[in-house]
Design a protein around this ligand. Sequence first.
Ligand SMILES: Nc1ncnc2c1ncn2[C@@H]1O[C@H](COP(=O)(O)OP(=O)(O)OP(=O)(O)O)[C@@H](O)[C@H]1O
Ligand SMILES: [Mg+2]
Length: 268
Amino acid sequence: MKSDSNKLLEVTKLEVVYNHVSTAIQGVSFNICEGQIFAIIGGNGAGKTTTLRAISGFLNSDNAVITDGEIKIRDRSINMLKPQDITRQTGIVLVPERNKVFETLTVQENLAVPTSIGKRAKETIQNIYTYFPSLYERRKSLAGLLSGGERQMLAIGQAMLCSPELLLIDELSLGLSPVMVEALFEILLKIKADFGLSILLVEQNAMEALSIAEYAAVMENGMIVLAGTPEKLMAHEDVKEFYLGIRGKEKKRYKDVKQYSRTRRWWG
Ligand SMILES: Nc1ncnc2c1ncn2[C@@H]1O[C@H](COP(=O)(O)OP(=O)(O)OP(=O)(O)O)[C@@H](O)[C@H]1O
Ligand SMILES: [Mg+2]
């Protein structure tokens, strides 16, 4: 990882509890540097979305709270900030899971929403269309009629209009064809380079996520069980077996290996 001098986000010993009883995140720590793509991979229920909700301030709506640990951006603690203040004051912008676009508004109207709620965007809608020509072609269509890939483009476009410095992207690849996923990741790389953004990607699609990340972590049961460069993760036997589907003789699938056995394996 790059030196601490360009550290953007610092998550330390984060713990999140739903409904006062259910601990979804158990002591998670990681840093994201300026201009870095950081990927968190993990299966269903691992705690990926909860982590993004904690960082973007959206836990309360799900009756969840941060019970321990700290989230800092540029050395400023944001544990107590409201979601709108996190976006406005820190430039952390969430692209939520299953792309929540406004289905009864047109593409153009959807893109106008961030500016209409008083967000002074550095970007113009016209500039966003240069990254997503297919959205321009469909600018007068209702967002509800867009394909899954186009909806993801629209959700990213909306996020870009909130002047992000750190984009949190939840399951970009969900339900999309490999060709569309590759195209979206290419656009993301271009956006990152042009705007100098940092990106936190959470993905079940480990192969795709590791192909564009500079640093990555594996999350299981609310804990980070392995972290390192994509090369390091891709060379790890358990990542190969459970997340990349590369199985040798007698190897088992992730869901067939009980948690205690997996934990023993991760920690070697
Ligand atoms: N609104 C909620 N109320 C109670 N528990 C929840 C809620 N949302 C998530 N959880 C629990 O928190 C844990 C982590 O869930 P989370 O949605 O963060 O996982 P995830 O890694 O994003 O999974 P997926 O890949 O399926 O999206 C799970 O055990 C889940 O059941
Ligand atoms: Mg999720």
